[in-house]
Design a protein around this ligand. Structure first.
Ligand code: SF4
Length: 279
C-alpha cells in the first residue's frame, strides 16, 4: 500500500492547470503543423500559421493560449493499493484548480447556472473518479472552453441505426457547429453505456493523444473514416473554409442496453489544453 499526501495532489493539479493553460500539447502542435503543410487554401494556411504563432507566444510569455481558460475537467484514477492521507481527495483537486487558476492568471469562468454569479475561483471542477488496479494515482486535466462545449451533444439513437446512424449524427453535428467551436477541432465520440455514460465516454476520449491508435482495429478504422469524412465538410480553420476541419477523432465505446444506442459528441477546440500526471 502506497500513501499519497493530499497536499501533493493539490500541488500537482495546480501545476497542471498552469502548464496546460500556456502550453499546447506536442501532439496537437504537430498536427497543426502537418495541417498547415497540407492545406491548399491560402486563408486556411494563414489561420493555421497564426494558431501556431499563438501557441509559441503563449509558451514563451506564459500567457494563456486563449482568453477562455475553460471549465476544469479532471479524470482521476485511484489505484487499489493507494491510501490518501491528510484530507478529502475531491477537496484537494478543487483546491488545486483554485490555486492553479489564481497563480496562473487564468480566467475564472464558472458561475451559478441560475443567478450567473461567478464562483470567483473556477470551482467546482468537473471530476470523474475511477478505481483501477495498482499503487498509482493518475490525473488527467482538460480545460473545456464555452464555445466548443456548447456545440457538444448527447442523443439516444435506435439500435437499428447502427454505425451509419452514429456517423450521420457526428457529421451533422460538426457541420452544424461550423465556426462556433473554433476549428480545427478534436472530436470525442462516446458510444454505449447509458445516457450519462455516453457523455462521459465522449469527454474521456479527448484525454487520448492525437497520435495514438485505438487498440481495437475496427474502432481505429471508424475513427479514420470519420476524420476523413469530417475533413471533407469544408468548414476549415476558424470556419473560413479549407481541408482541416478536425485534427482528430477519438471514439470510446462500451456495451449498452439492447434497446438503446446512446451516443455523445464532445467537441474540443484547437486550443486543446490537456495535461497528465501520475503520482
Ligand atoms: S472554443 Fe476554445 S479557442 Fe474558442 S474561445 Fe473557447 S476556449 Fe478559446
Amino acid at each position: 500500500m502506497r500513501t499519497i499526501q493530499i497536499k501533493d495532489i493539490t500541488e500537482a493539479v495546480a501545476d497542471m492547470c498552469m502548464k496546460a493553460g500556456a502550453e499546447l500539447p506536442g501532439d496537437v502542435y504537430a498536427r497543426l503543423q502537418q495541417a498547415k503543410e497540407k492545406e491548399t487554401s491560402p486563408t486556411a494556411r494563414e489561420i493555421l500559421r497564426q494558431l501556431l504563432e499563438n501557441a509559441d507566444m503563449a509558451k514563451k510569455t506564459r500567457l494563456p493560449l486563449c482568453q477562455d481558460c475553460g471549465i476544469a475537467v479532471l479524470f482521476v484514477e485511484v489505484g487499489d493499493d493507494v491510501r490518501i492521507e491528510g484530507g478529502n481527495i475531491r477537496e484537494a483537486v478543487n483546491a488545486g484548480v483554485r490555486k492553479g487558476y489564481a497563480e496562473g492568471y487564468l480566467r475564472k469562468s464558472v458561475c451559478d447556472p441560475f443567478t450567473r454569479a461567478n464562483t470567483g475561483d473556477n470551482t467546482p471542477a468537473v471530476i470523474h473518479f475511477d478505481a483501477v488496479p495498482g499503487d498509482k494515482l493518475r490525473i488527467v486535466f482538460l480545460a473545456k472552453g464555452g464555445g466548443c462545449e456548447n456545440m457538444s451533444r448527447v442523443t439516444m439513437l435506435a439500435p437499428a441505426q447502427g454505425w451509419e446512424g452514429v456517423k450521420r449524427f457526428v457529421i451533422n453535428r460538426v457541420a452544424d457547429a461550423g465556426a462556433n467551436p473554433c476549428p480545427p477541432t478534436i472530436v470525442g465520440v462516446g458510444v454505449g453505456g447509458a445516457f450519462d455514460r455516453a457523455a462521459e465516454l465522449a469527454e474521456k476520449a479527448l484525454t487520448r493523444r492525437l497520435d495514438d491508435i485505438h487498440p481495437n482495429p475496427d474502432i481505429a478504422a471508424k475513427e479514420k473514416e470519420l476524420e476523413t469524412a469530417l475533413n471533407k465538410l469544408g468548414v476549415g480553420p476558424m470556419g473560413l473554409g479549407g481541408e482541416t476541419t478536425v485534427l482528430g477523432v477519438k471514439i470510446a465505446a462500451e456495451p449498452c442496453h439492447l434497446a438503446c444506442l446512446p451516443l455523445a459528441v464532445n467537441i474540443q477546440c484547437h486550443s486543446h489544453r490537456r495535461k497528465e500526471v501520475v503520482l
